[in-house]
Design a protein. Structure first.
Length: 589
């Protein structure tokens, strides 16, 4: 007898609405359509999202998932595929599922599962409308903001043989109507809305449709990982596939701010993909690119193209949103607009921009004190203050950086901005192992986010792992060639003792944090370019003394230790190289 085991799982229960009526009308036809639906849609989707069918009884399916996000994403896409197929069928022959999803404790007994976790999923399925999905509150909390759907609160639901009421939510995907065209209709969520239209198959071969659809679906999935964007679900945009409509008209119907569209052409063993980003309101093109690849490894090509398109499009959307926020009148500025502006200022990494960012973000938090990402961005101003040497009390600055970052995290915001702020706080506090652990998780969750890959490379450099550092930063550059990654890659080259390459990158870094000029001085001196190192050192020492005088702090006599102490390197040998280079350049000690 198989041993019983308890574990936490996401459970999906799917049941055909009106199955008895369908069977009574056409038993053989209904069974054939049901089996075809399983083979062509349901089972492939379950496999795609690592779902395991643990029970099937006629018209119902019980599926176990390790992740609530996977379970809901699978359910949304499955319902969309079924709805698309039903559109071509007579209404009295359509097979439509209700779905319920719960996250809870289960008892695994061989190939089956039992327990209240399963029973609640079954009760939730009964609440769902035909073609709909209802989830428990445990699922909603895990999934909210991570995929392109919303949730309608159905309140507490009393359930047969379940001791306590269960709070339920209906999954809401974007409707193809003008119901989301204004911030007022979005409630507090004013993130930019992005629609990815089905990429057009230009190959003249209907069998290549799978590739163009696959590119589109992958872009939707990867863009959905950017928590600062709201990405419409596949079924909303695929409703326009093959329709001769202008992009502006589709955007109005979808109520989105930005549209990604493109085409795929395959011929003679090569594939050409074009992609462009369009602003809905103006119809203006914000970005366009063409990619040519050999088609030898179809899946590698698809992954590569997806990463590049997603990394560039996401960055352009957020840059455009910042520009729009800066043009708004003070009366129409929202907390989200202020947050975007503040985050942009933080990333300039200068003393002036950091101070301006702090004021902007504090205003955002005055408007919305529970806006976690704004707390995270505010934490980053203290990170730059520490790294820039603008702090009267460096230890207090480190503590404030950590307090604000963890406050953002405790508000339930675990997006890449919040996690990045926590990692930064860990780094300057000397908790390199924890920073490295978190940043690896960050990259795993955001594989198409070039900035996450770049940041992971920087953390690896500070932790003394030059090989991984260089690999990660170069991956970021490959995904987004327009990104500014000189500081991270220059740091990696310094730790790798590739001083000449570090010099070429670090001399072009515009940020006024102490890291770039300090490493540049050390690299120049260690490469034997002493005169150049002394010129850079003289300017930096003047700047340090001026910055400290501005905040009424007496400059230390030992500037070497002061500068080396603002670079959060873990390995003693890396810190000693910095100190040796600064001494060779004549920095006071």
């Amino acid at each position: 007898m198989a041993q019983q085991q308890r574990r936490l799982a996401a459970i999906l229960l799917a049941d055909v609405a009106g199955y008895s009526r369908l069977m009574a009308a056409d038993e053989a036809g209904t069974l054939a359509r049901f089996n075809a639906l399983r083979a062509e849609v349901l089972d492939p989707k379950f496999e795609q999202y690592q779902g395991r069918v643990v029970g099937s009884a006629g018209d119902s399916l019980l599926v176990e998932f390790a992740s609530a996000v996977d379970a809901v994403q699978c359910a949304v896409e499955t319902q969309a595929r079924i709805a698309a197929g039903n559109a071509e069928m007579p209404e009295d022959q359509r097979i439509v599922f209700r779905m319920g999803i719960n996250l809870g404790d289960i008892i695994a007994d061989g190939d089956t599962i039992h327990g209240d976790g399963v029973n609640i999923a079954a009760r939730l399925e009964k609440i769902a409308e035909p073609g709909g999905i209802v989830v428990a509150d445990t699922v909603q909390r895990q999934v909210k903001g991570k995929i392109g759907c919303g949730f309608e609160d159905l309140g507490d639901q009393a359930m047969h043989n379940i001791a306590e009421p269960v709070r339920a939510f209906r999954v809401v995907v974007a409707e193809t109507g003008p119901t989301r065209t204004s911030d007022a209709n979005r409630g507090r969520d004013s993130r930019p809305i992005v629609a990815v239209l089905p990429f057009t198959n230009m190959s003249g071969d209907p069998e290549q449709e799978y590739f163009s659809d696959g590119i589109t679906e992958d872009i939707i999935t990867e863009l959905s990982r950017f928590r600062s964007l709201m990405v419409l679900a596949r079924n909303s945009t695929f409703a326009f596939k093959g329709k001769a409509m202008k992009v502006e008209a589709i955007a109005r119907n979808l109520g989105c701010d930005y549209v990604v569209e493109g085409s795929v052409r395959r011929a003679s063993g090569r594939v050409r993909v074009t992609a462009q980003l369009i602003e809905s309101q103006s119809g203006g093109h914000l970005w366009a690119e063409r990619y040519d690849r050999d088609f030898a490894d179809i899946f590698a090509v698809q992954d590569d193209l997806t990463r590049r398109i997603v990394a560039t499009a996401a960055g352009r959307v957020l840059r455009a949103r910042v520009d729009n926020s800066e043009r708004k009148s003070p009366q129409s500025i929202s907390a989200y607009d202020l947050y975007l502006k503040g985050r942009h200022l933080v990333r300039m990494w200068t003393k002036e921009s950091s101070r301006e960012a702090r004021a902007v973000l504090e205003e955002a938090l005055r408007l919305d004190p529970k806006f976690g990402p704004a707390w995270a961005a505010l934490s980053s101003t203290y990170y730059s203050e520490w790294c820039g040497g603008w702090s009267k009390d460096p230890d207090a600055t480190v503590r404030m950086c950590a307090r604000l970052a963890h406050h953002a995290y405790n508000l339930g915001d675990d997006d890449d901005i919040t996690i990045t702020s926590v990692i930064g706080a860990d780094l300057i506090a000397g908790h390199h192992a924890e920073a490295r652990r978190r940043v690896r998780q960050l990259v795993a969750l955001n594989p198409s986010n070039a900035d996450c890959s770049m940041f992971a490379g920087y953390i690896a450099a500070m932790d003394g792992d030059p090989d991984e550092s260089v690999e990660l930063v170069k991956r970021a550059q490959d995904m987004n060639p327009l990104g500014r990654y000189g500081l991270a890659l220059g740091s990696a080259f310094f730790v790798a003792r590739r001083d000449m390459e570090a010099i070429e990158l670090l001399r072009d870094v515009r940020a006024t944090l102490l890291l770039a000029p300090t490493l540049l001085i050390a690299s120049l001196a260690l490469a034997g370019r002493i005169d150049e190192a002394r010129d850079v050192a003289l300017a930096l020492v003047r700047r340090v003394r001026a910055d400290l005088a501005e905040i009424a702090v007496t400059p230390p006599d030992d500037i070497v230790s002061y500068l080396a102490g603002r670079i959060p390197l873990r390995r003693t040998e890396d810190r000693q190289r910095v100190i040796e280079g600064l001494r060779l350049a004549g920095v006071p000690q």
